[in-house]
Design a protein around this ligand. Structure first.
Ligand code: FAD
Length: 532
């Protein structure tokens, strides 16, 4: 090939846009380089290079071409490139190849070639047309690599991925793999199904938040030490459907980063495998057993409460005449009448035996069993109270609107006391609605929170409590119902329990459909201990 017949570099490739200044300068510099340098570069290039005429008859091949194809220049010069074809590449591919290059464009693609020895290999080929001064095609340059190994690796990876996906899809648990940015890198069918089941766009993020809150510093520690966690159970509230329970287990693993950035640093990336097992069925069975024991416990509590109320009522009854006798005694003492001394003595004796009777009654008052304070979820307590009241609610056809806040923060409390408290409020609501006989009867229970408090509201559609009586209902032996069997101690006890939890209870003055009690308890943070 004569140096002077070489096409100009600008014509080497037809460009749709004019060459920019930098490229132009580069081409000019290249033209000044010795011609032999280009020859040597092409000859030694680590890619198979062939130069053909317009019909793909080979005019030049370099050393790498011979190495990849097995053909020495003497075997192949003046033969057509089609000699390399395995004849199994679809015609359409060649058609596309020729259409592209004959339109003076570069073609890039994969062809199945046959090595001189007969072995097939996958050629990753680029063909560029060379143009003369008038822009006519004079030659084609073909550059190809043996892509067989890379293709095999890619296919093996693809197959491995398919295998992993098939195996993970067969697992009876929802599985998701997350990277350090909490992005999902792999999931299975059961996990995907959770998206609609739980009304969560990315269920993993929801569970991660719950886990991080519950495990607090432990989460960080486990993550750093790559120590997994297992069977952490969470209740998930759903808007229209019943709540579900999940057991979460997780383990971390690291992988060397495959990006070029980490080529020399060998950095690792951490992943979390999270499995979510639906344990709603098991929890329901446990719940039933728990409910039975709760019913027994509540029956005992009821007994204790009614004995307390009876005894406190009796004491209250005794205290009234005692106070009158005490007043009479004071009057007699003031009069200092000798003749009345006998009467004074009798009054003092009555007072003393009255006091003894009061002391005896006081000693007989049973105390509500104490339970240890623990981190509690108010949703769970209210859910149990609703289950305990289910029969009553159904008997009176009372509609229940249960609207718990998802991810309600915990509070520190005594489980049985809070259960007694809310059972009392629910019992009161049922009684109020049955007495008022309004239709429909609706018991609405909601939970909520702000930065400091966990709230619960219990609302009914009964007659409500008149404004003037709202503060009195928390006083002992006060009842708004004439025919009530109760002694009017329920709300006194409710207030006492709320007080023991540093909370508050109030009647919502703005609520007009019946009566609404609003209660608040300080939030409890596992990692910091109880808030003020
Ligand atoms: P062919 O009869 O050669 O061609 C099949 C179809 O290609 C035809 O129907 C026609 O549409 C089109 N075609 C063929 N020649 C022309 C032409 N001159 N102008 C316009 N359209 C045409 N093929 C390989 O299999 N492996 C290679 O590594 C390879 N490297 C190549 C490198 C270069 C630089 C060039 C220019 C071509 C290369 N080819 C390669 C393509 C090769 O020349 C053949 O076209 C192809 O192998 C099919 O050969 P065939 O005998 O089966 O069919």
């Amino acid at each position: 090939m004569d140096k002077h017949n070489l096409p100009s570099l600008e014509n080497y490739l037809e460009t749709e846009t004019p060459l920019d200044k930098v490229t132009h300068r580069l081409l000019k510099t290249a033209q000044q380089l010795p011609y032999e340098l280009f020859i040597e570069t092409v000859a030694q290039a680590p890619i198979a290079i062939s130069i053909t005429d317009k019909k793909a008859n080979i005019l030049f091949v370099n050393a790498e071409f011979s190495r990849i194809t097995g053909y020495q220049p003497i075997d192949i010069l003046h033969k057509n490139e089609s000699l390399l074809s395995d004849k199994s590449t679809p015609r359409q591919v060649y058609h596309d190849l020729w259409r592209t290059i004959s339109h003076k464009k570069i073609w890039q693609g994969q062809l199945l070639n046959r090595h001189k020895s007969g072995r097939r290999y996958l050629a990753d080929l680029t063909i560029a047309p060379m143009l003369d001064e008038e822009g006519k095609i004079t030659h084609y340059i073909g550059m190809h690599r043996d892509n067989t190994e890379q293709y095999q690796t890619e296919q093996t990876l693809k197959n491995q991925k398919l295998l992993i996906e098939s195996v993970t899809n067969l697992l009876p648990v929802a599985l998701v793999v997350l990277d350090e940015l909490d992005q999902v890198v792999l999931d299975n069918h059961l996990y995907k199904a959770l998206v609609s089941d739980l009304d969560q766009k990315e269920p993993a993020l929801y569970f991660l938040q719950l886990l991080r809150e519950e495990m607090a510093e432990q989460w960080q520690y486990n993550q750093e030490k790559l120590q997994g966690f297992s069977q952490r159970e969470f209740r998930v509230e759903r808007k229209t459907k019943s709540a579900r329970w999940f057991s979460c287990s997780g383990s971390w693993f690291t992988q060397t980063i495959s990006l070029a950035d980490a080529f020399f640093s060998q950095e690792n990336k951490r992943y979390l495998i999270l499995t979510l097992t639906d344990i709603t069925k098991q929890r329901k069975q446990l719940e039933e057993i728990h409910l039975q024991s709760l019913q027994l416990m509540m029956a005992k509590d009821e007994q204790v409460r009614s004995i307390r109320e009876t005894l406190l009522g009796a004491m209250h009854q005794i205290l009234l005449p005692m106070n009158q006798i005490h007043a009479a005694e004071q009057i007699l003492k003031l009069k200092q009448d000798e003749q009345q001394q006998h009467l004074l003595h009798i009054l003092q004796q009555i007072q003393q035996s009255g006091q003894e009777a009061l002391d005896t009654l006081q000693n007989c008052i049973p105390t509500i069993a104490q339970t240890a304070l623990m981190s509690l979820n108010l949703n769970q307590i209210l859910h149990e109270v609703l289950l305990l009241s289910q029969t009553q609610l159904q008997t009176h056809s009372i509609l229940v609107e249960w609207q718990p806040l998802n991810q309600l923060p915990s509070l520190l409390g005594a489980e049985n006391k809070l259960r007694i408290l809310f059972k009392q409020l629910v019992d009161n609501a049922i009684e109020a609605m049955v007495q008022a006989a309004t239709e429909p009867m609706i018991l609405k229970i909601t939970t909520g929170c702000d930065e400091e408090w966990v709230y619960a509201c219990v609302a009914d559609t009964g007659a409500g409590i008149p404004a003037a009586k709202r503060s009195k209902v928390f006083e002992p032996f006060y009842t708004t119902r004439q025919d009530s069997q109760q002694a009017g101690m329920g709300l006194v006890m409710a207030k006492e329990i709320v007080g023991q939890h540093q909370g508050f209870i109030e009647i919502d003055a703005d609520y007009t459909l019946g009566c609404r009690f609003k209660l608040g308890f300080p939030r409890y943070n596992n990692s910091r201990g109880a808030n003020k």
